[in-house]
Design a protein around this ligand. Structure first.
Ligand code: GBH
Length: 463
């Protein structure tokens, strides 16, 4: 019997994000985002890098679309830079037609090539204007209105062509890395603001979804949801403490966003630890929140082993390690310290998400930066066996979850189309299936691009 296949309407492709690839920060009326400001502060980014040039995709987007076409994808997930379309960001600020046109052209080009656009509205690049004016994500009344206005502009200008919308990418990163550990823009530290920012991100998401459903969905016929991130958390051993710790770790990473959005409330474990620093939703807000995502957008890269203990409230007072009780490593080490290859964890995660939230799952990011790729000669870089091993493992885990476990997985977007600006880590880690020579901007496909193409050709049923 032939191996089971994914259904013919399974969506796959690559993902990117505006600040990580576009460059051209001042082009055609764009104004800075908090990432422009943050990355230009000395000491924030490894190697003193910033996104001023990145992969130059604001200018080379046609080349990017041609690559996608060559790679055989069905879809492309990219994000819109808010400060290109509303340079100052606010609902009473001018709309920038040149910025609008840029994404419109790209969307049209994708469709002409048979590639479905999946559009992320917010992948971390808040207009600096809103941060300066009222504290950005910290100001509930104002940011919710301005975000909804921005979303409305995108639905109005692109919604005839775009049918798949993602409100936010990884609100955990925005709130915790931006407002607690301070390693991401805007670089705040502490244990209070990130709960407020997380709360406001959820509300902005929910009111944008309400607007889409009330005013656009019937006419445009699309869907809208949010992308959350979770690396699977596996108890280090089967002691009751560590089993409980893993669940608490998941609640602090995923549940703090997913439970309000899919169930209308924060997890009890989070409330118990955070107490009155955790803002409350009003009754009226809960009505808007609950069920405010048509699907479950999931970014995931690895698995962490979890033990009870430690005093890091942000992660629910649990500890993470990659070393098993028998002293072996969980999987192959990537270039970044937080990632090891472990496909079974992906299968467990897909099952958990489906069982817990009961929504079709869209995997919106998954990928691997090969160790030391930035210093290897190009002949070796393109022969990216460790990345191929990763995709082989993760795609087969997804296939099993879909066909043997019955999880309704609808999409898979690999991260990323190109090597690009990896936030605080600068240009050193390379996640692309395409090598980018940052001096010349020349793109060279790695073997993983061919592998992924072939895998989907073999594992998606023909229609
Ligand atoms: C995703 O983040 C992002 O959506 C994407 O933009 C990014 O390029 C990609 O993954 C690869 O990283 O947590 O302090 O140890 C995944 C979440 C956030 C995980 C930053 C690694 C490292 C800093 N990533 N984190 S820290």
């Amino acid at each position: 019997m032939a191996a089971q296949k994914l259904p013919s309407d399974f969506v796959w492709g690559y993902a990117t994000a505006s600040y990580q690839i576009e460059g051209s920060p001042d082009a055609d009326g764009r104004l800075p985002s908090i990432w422009d400001t943050f990355s230009h502060k000395p000491g924030t980014i490894k190697g003193g890098d910033n996104g001023d040039v990145a992969t130059d995709s604001y200018r080379r987007w046609k080349e990017d679309v041609a690559l996608l076409k060559q790679y055989g994808v069905k879809a492309y997930r990219f994000s819109i830079s808010w400060s290109r379309v509303i340079p100052l960001g606010g609902r009473n600020d001018p709309v920038n037609e040149a910025g609008i046109k840029h994404y419109r052209n790209m969307i049209e080009e994708l469709l002409k090539n048979g590639i479905t656009p999946f559009v992320t509205l917010y992948h971390w690049d808040l207009p600096q204007g809103l941060h300066d004016r009222y504290g950005g994500w910290l100001n509930k009344e104002k940011i919710v209105q301005d975000y909804v206005n921005y979303a409305k502009l995108c639905f109005t200008r692109y919604g005839d062509l775009v049918k798949d919308w993602i409100t936010h990418n990884e609100p955990w990163c925005v709130s915790v890395l931006g407002y607690a550990t301070g390693v991401f823009a805007p670089g705040h530290k502490g244990n209070k603001e990130h709960w407020i920012v997380g709360h406001n991100l959820i509300l902005a998401h929910a009111y944008a979804v309400k607007l889409y459903r009330d005013e656009f969905k019937a006419k445009q016929g699309g869907q809208i949801g949010i992308t959350l991130d979770l690396n699977w958390q596996e108890p280090w051993d089967d002691s009751p403490e560590n089993i409980a710790a893993a669940q608490r770790g998941i609640d602090f990473k995923l549940g703090r966003f997913a439970d309000p959005i899919y169930k209308g409330r924060y997890p009890e474990s989070v409330k118990a630890i955070v107490g009155d620093r955790l803002p409350e939703f009003t009754k009226e807000e809960i009505v808007v929140l609950k069920g405010s995502s048509d699907f479950f957008g999931l970014n995931t890269y690895t698995t962490q082993l979890v033990t009870e203990g430690g005093d890091q409230e942000i992660q629910g007072n649990v500890k993470y390690i990659f070393t098993r009780p028998d002293g072996t490593q969980l999987g192959r080490q990537a270039h970044v310290p937080w990632l090891q290859t472990y496909p079974p964890g992906f299968r467990s995660l897909l099952n958990y998400v489906w069982k817990t939230y009961n929504k079709p799952v869209y995997v919106t990011e998954n990928g691997f930066p090969v160790k030391d790729e930035h210093i290897l000669p190009l002949e070796q870089v393109v022969h990216d066996a460790d990345r191929v091993e990763y995709y082989d493992g993760y795609l087969n885990a997804l296939l099993k979850a879909a066909t043997e476990d019955g999880v309704p997985v609808k999409s898979y977007f690999a991260w990323s189309l190109l090597d690009n600006f990896e936030w605080a880590d600068g240009y050193e880690p390379r996640f692309g299936v395409t090598y980018v020579d940052y001096k010349t901007q020349k793109r060279t496909p790695k073997e993983s691009a061919e592998f992924v193409k072939k895998w989907f050709a073999e594992h998606v049923a023909s229609s």
